[in-house]
Design a protein around this ligand. Structure first.
Ligand code: C2E
Ligand code: MG
Ligand code: MG
Ligand code: MG
Length: 283
């Protein structure tokens, strides 16, 4: 009987492993064709001023409609990094997002920086800052209207990171630390670099109110953030209680489902238009 059970477990294990391996292979096969086949698109999520409700920024997030269904970035970005495809994908994201922000500015819909996520592999690539500058020239977007979101781990993995970052900063491009608190050596990094935005990872907001330790930790992270960056953003705000906590504790900006899910450009336009009209009525 024990033997029987053991065999079933083994089968269960191999089946799920098989599934994962074949899914990964499917992704690896389809990914190189995705750009050419126009399968990527961007969705956008606002960064919201918690006191006024105003949009202070907009993050571009990639989506992939693969021939076998939607694949989430957490699943395909690591593969794109392994294979080096992230270089082309990242360049496409940047161009697309810059173009979109320019259009929104010209339509009077948005006057805030657009944020894009940048992988370690991209930062390491020679000529990255040249590519960024070139994209800005091509799209006519001002450097101050582009923000690069970089994780702490990215920074730790590249010796040259601070040089590249300083080059970009000299151009006026904004730098944001994403998922703050989840990498290692966080404090060392922010000590030596001038950072525009610090985004507190969503894991910190999850246990707020229920857990004293989490509450105090969040207060301290916000306070550290306020010393090193001019914008502190809490990621993953889903509840009004969380928003109120952030306001009470001097975190100015939030991003999360409470305000908006990531949306297609046309839906962003509609909601921004509505907000702009409401804002004008106040005066
Ligand atoms: P991230 O940059 O930290 O983005 C935040 C993620 O949290 C997004 O997931 C967003 O949809 C999700 N989110 C936003 N508000 C809430 C909320 O209130 N609750 C919860 N539970 N989640 C929320 P998404 O779009 O699946 O992206 C996941 C990660 O994939 C991103 O994390 C980023 O690291 C990476 N990624 C996305 N787009 C790109 C890209 O164009 N290039 C690169 N290199 N990485 C990307
Ligand atoms: Mg991000
Ligand atoms: Mg994040
Ligand atoms: Mg993340």
């Amino acid at each position: 009987q024990v033997k029987e059970k053991g065999r079933n477990d083994y089968q269960f294990y191999t089946n799920s492993l098989d599934k994962r391996v074949s899914r990964k292979m499917k992704i690896e096969t389809a990914l190189p064709k995705a750009l050419k086949n126009d399968e990527f698109y961007l969705v956008y999520q606002p960064l919201v001023n918690l006191n006024t409700g105003q949009t202070e920024g907009m993050e571009a997030l990639i989506r992939w409609k693969a021939p076998f269904g939607e694949v989430q970035p957490n699943e395909f970005i690591p593969i794109a990094e392994e294979t080096g495809l992230i270089l082309d994908i990242g360049a496409w994201v940047m161009k697309q997002a810059c173009m979109q922000n320019k259009v929104w500015q010209q339509k009077g819909i948005l006057h805030a920086p657009i944020s894009i996520n940048v992988s370690a592999r991209q930062m390491k690539e020679k000529g990255f800052s040249r590519l960024v500058k070139q994209t800005l020239v091509e799209t006519g977007l001002s450097p101050t209207d582009l923000e690069l979101e970089i994780t702490e781990t990215v920074m730790m993995n590249i010796g040259e990171a601070s040089k590249v970052i300083n080059q970009l900063k000299e151009e006026g491009i904004r730098i944001s630390i994403d998922d703050f608190g989840t990498g290692y050596s966080s404090l060392n990094i922010i000590k030596d670099l001038t950072i525009d935005t610090l985004k507190i990872d969503q894991s910190f907001i999850k246990d707020l109110m229920e857990n004293h330790k989490a509450t105090n930790l969040m207060k301290d992270i916000i306070s550290i953030g306020n010393h090193v960056a001019d914008k502190i953003v809490a990621e993953g705000v889903e509840l009004e209680d969380q928003r109120d906590f952030l306001i009470r504790n001097h975190c100015r900006i939030g991003q999360g489902f409470l305000f908006s899910k990531p949306m297609l450009p046309e839906d962003i336009e509609a909601s921004q238009r509505k907000m702009n009209i409401l804002a004008k009525r106040k005066y």
